[in-house]
Design a protein around this ligand. Structure first.
Ligand code: FPP
Length: 240
């Protein structure tokens, strides 16, 4: 599958990677096998984003709610995160990918925090793609946190603008996503980027995350481009 129309590529794509557990279960494996296979889809998505010159890719890797999962699964996910970053850091740099994180990182295990910090520092000057990992992230936490900081700074009520609120979110400086993809059939937002998706197009696919690849990414962009073409026009204009 190829992406012929390069004119309206989203600048920022956000992905809710879902369905690792179901994918593994269907194949008779444990959930963690699904997560390990999900890493390949992460690699493919980063590669595709670079190929299509997408500038920001935000991945919902671990939500605040995910802390309620069995502790073995949490530990496996954290290990996977550390081993993947260590294994991929060189290639990320070679491909001009900058790593950034959003979320309440304080809650992550020490080795995970350190690995992330190092990878963020090492890739800070890269300009091709900003890969934003949402870890221990929830949008309500992020917004609450922003409000607390704004109040602490002593802003007057009439100084509080949308721009000011945006600048206190973890995503400060990151443009809003044009496209949000969620895999595995669920059609909900699950506390992800609530403020930032005010004008975002949503794309839901039945495909489980470990089966998500370059072709699936292209399908999402094609759907986005179809919607773009309809933007602001009446149906007679489109049919003409
Ligand atoms: C959703 O599937 C997936 C996650 C909560 C974790 C995603 C993590 C990875 C793909 C691996 C590590 C990531 C990086 C960035 C290196 P689920 O467990 O919710 O599946 P289910 O809905 O079928 O139970």
């Amino acid at each position: 599958m190829e992406l012929k129309d390069k004119s309206s590529i989203p600048n920022h794509v956000a992905i809710i990677m879902d369905g690792n557990g179901r994918w593994a279960k269907q194949k008779g494996f444990d959930r963690i096998y699904g997560h390990s296979n999900g890493v390949e889809s992460v690699r493919e998505s980063i590669k595709a984003a670079r190929e299509f010159n997408i500038k920001y890719l935000t991945l919902y890797a671990f939500s605040t709610e995910n802390w309620n999962r069995p502790k073995e699964e949490i530990a496996a996910l954290m290990d996977l995160l550390v081993s993947t970053i260590l294994a991929e850091i060189a290639e990320l740099s070679e491909n001009d990918v900058q790593l950034r994180t959003i979320g309440n990182l304080e809650l992550l295990p020490e080795n995970c925090k350190n690995t992330l910090k190092e990878a963020v520092e090492k890739t800070a000057s890269n300009k091709g793609l900003t890969l934003v990992l949402a870890l221990s992230y929830s949008s309500r936490w992020e917004i609450t946190n922003a409000v607390q900081s704004i109040v602490k700074k002593g802003y007057k009520h009439n100084e509080i603008t949308e721009e000011l609120v945006s600048s206190y979110l973890n995503t400060a400086g990151i443009p809003e996503p044009e496209l949000l993809i969620r895999t595995s059939g669920e059609q909900r937002i699950s506390n992800f980027l609530l403020w930032q998706i005010a004008y975002t197009e949503f794309y839901f696919t039945e495909v489980h995350w470990p089966d998500f690849n370059r072709d699936e990414f292209i399908k999402a962009i094609l759907e986005y481009q179809n919607r773009e073409r309809r933007f602001g026009k009446i149906s007679e204009q489109i049919n003409a």
